[in-house]
Design a protein around this ligand. Structure first.
Ligand code: ATP
Ligand code: MG
Length: 476
């Protein structure tokens, strides 16, 4: 074990306070895990700091808080034997060093007090087991029994114990391995990768919430395809997102082939990751084609079709969110809407676009029209540079038209200039079907460009439509 000193990682004044508190309590303590890893990777100084104490983490936390300015509150999680202090934007978590042994059916280990090294062994990866000493005798020394430092240099995800044991003990680690590989651009050691495949079915004991947390982190990374390709390769994906697995493969009938929509989807997600940080738009990219598996058909004359896949896909989004216990709120509705509308701008860009088609797009997409365009642009995965350029230009033109139409017609958050109440008052009628018909006709006329989006024109149009329905304007 090489000993190197990294007191530079410990510039935050909180570390000195922790060290003093530990000396007073006569216990050893260390900074461990993500904070140390991210410092060594020069990913900036992380905001959450994990401290392991050889002794009571809770007592140490209380002592630390009593020495800190403003005496921050200590949140104690008795069941886990942990305590947390929040100070400014830094969160420090304290835990006593422990030795763990696992039961087959749960992630909950049997816990005993242990040494630093016992605690390092229970960590998921060598790069997450790195510890920096906060003890007077060796302040700032790196304690690295499993050569995590070497793995940082080799860019390798490796478990401290035999991989089968680490993953089987806590299958969430399989997701974490893939997530770290994606976030950090690391490789998972081959033996580890094989162990994940071997223990893939154990993922069933992990709650959806934890799995979704990792999926979010994969999607939020620079190149999310790395993670989804690994989930696919390790055969975890069928347990998590079977809808995506169903997109994989190319079928050929009578010499006609369709593209592999799984690998296409991953390209789309990587593309969109370069243009937006909006997590939910990234989800939309991931799910935009899921309706293609159930709608796929072969026709002798026209070849492969996926009719209505956008509608079917948007329904599948709801089921998928529900199954994964994701929020069924406006975020879900946004993803549904993006999936439902995902082909609309494409049609526009192919035809010589009419103003009314653009107005309809803006009307239907509302505030999300820019996101929709971003999705469609990411959807261009052709390897033919000429086509690539042509499609991009076409979408550029659609964007331009959107701006023009918006400036002129204010369609985005369209409120018809004539309301149902206006119609009832004008014709002196009670609520009835006719009101709906007239309202719809006015909206259509505006979207079609037959009349401008203005009160006077809409009122004139209302009188015409009313008389077609046998209604007369009543004078006051
Ligand atoms: P990040 O905060 O960027 O997600 P992290 O490595 O800090 O990464 P946390 O979930 O904050 O991850 O966990 C802190 C530390 O706790 C890890 O570095 C690791 O040592 C340990 N750890 C977390 N989850 C597990 C687990 N499931 N199995 C073993 N060790 C774990
Ligand atoms: Mg962390």
């Amino acid at each position: 074990m090489r000993i190197q000193n990294y007191s530079k990682a410990l510039q935050n004044p909180v570390f000195k306070i922790i060290a003093e508190a530990a000396t007073e309590l006569d216990l050893e303590c260390y900074v461990i895990g993500g904070y140390v890893r991210d410092f060594l990777l020069e990913r900036g100084q992380a905001k959450d700091i994990d401290i392991v104490a050889v002794g009571s983490g809770i007592l140490l936390a209380q002592k630390v808080a009593s020495k800190m300015e403003g005496k921050p509150q200590v949140s104690i999680f008795k069941n886990f034997g942990t305590a947390m202090i929040k100070s400014g934007d830094v969160e420090v978590e304290f835990v006593g060093a422990r030795k763990e042994s696992y039961d087959r059916d749960s992630r909950k280990p049997m816990v005993e007090n242990g040494t630093l090294e016992d605690d390092q062994k229970r960590r998921d990866f060598t790069i997450n087991a790195l510890a920096l000493s906060l003890n007077t005798s060796n302040y700032g020394d790196l304690l690295d029994p499993f050569d995590g430092l070497g793995d940082l240099e080799r860019k390798l995800i490796r478990t401290p114990l035999a991989p089968g044991v680490t993953y089987s003990d806590d299958p969430l680690r399989m997701m974490r391995a893939i997530r770290f590989a994606t976030q950090l651009g690391f490789t998972i050691q081959l033996r580890s990768l094989q162990a994940i495949t071997e223990h893939k079915a154990r993922i069933k004991i992990i709650s959806s919430e934890r799995i979704v947390d990792e999926l979010h982190k994969i999607l939020a990374s620079k190149k999310p395809s790395t993670g989804f390709a690994l989930l696919h390769k390790t055969e975890l994906l069928p347990y998590i997102l079977p809808e995506l697995v169903a997109l994989q493969g190319i079928e050929e009938i009578e010499g006609q082939r369709h593209k592999d929509n799984f690998w296409h989807t991953l390209e789309v997600v990587d593309n969109i990751a370069q243009t937006t940080d909006n997590l939910w738009l990234r989800w939309a990219a991931l799910l935009h084609d899921i309706g293609k598996a159930p709608t796929k058909k072969f026709h002798k004359k026209i070849g492969w079709t996926f009719h209505g896949h956008e509608f079917v896909g948007s329904k599948m989004v709801y089921k998928l969110f529900k199954r994964l216990r994701m929020p069924l709120n406006d975020k879900m509705k946004f993803v549904q809407k993006m999936v439902l509308m995902s082909s609309r701008p494409i049609v526009l860009s192919e035809d010589s676009t009419t103003d009314s088609a653009v107005r309809r797009l803006v009307f239907d997409a509302g505030d999300h029209v820019d996101d929709l365009m971003t999705l469609c642009e990411a959807d261009i995965t052709t390897k033919n540079p000429k086509k690539q350029r042509r499609y991009k230009n076409n979408f550029q033109l659609v964007r331009q038209k959107i701006t023009e139409v918006e400036e002129r017609d204010q369609i985005r958050n369209f409120q018809p200039p004539i309301s149902g109440a206006d119609i009832m008052k004008a014709f002196q009628i009670e609520p009835s079907k006719k009101i709906g018909i007239i309202k719809e006709a006015i909206k259509e006329a505006i979207l079609e460009g037959e009349i401008p989006n203005e009160y006077a024109a809409a009122r004139k149009y209302m009188i015409e439509k009313g008389s077609e329905l046998g209604l007369q304007l009543k004078k006051k």
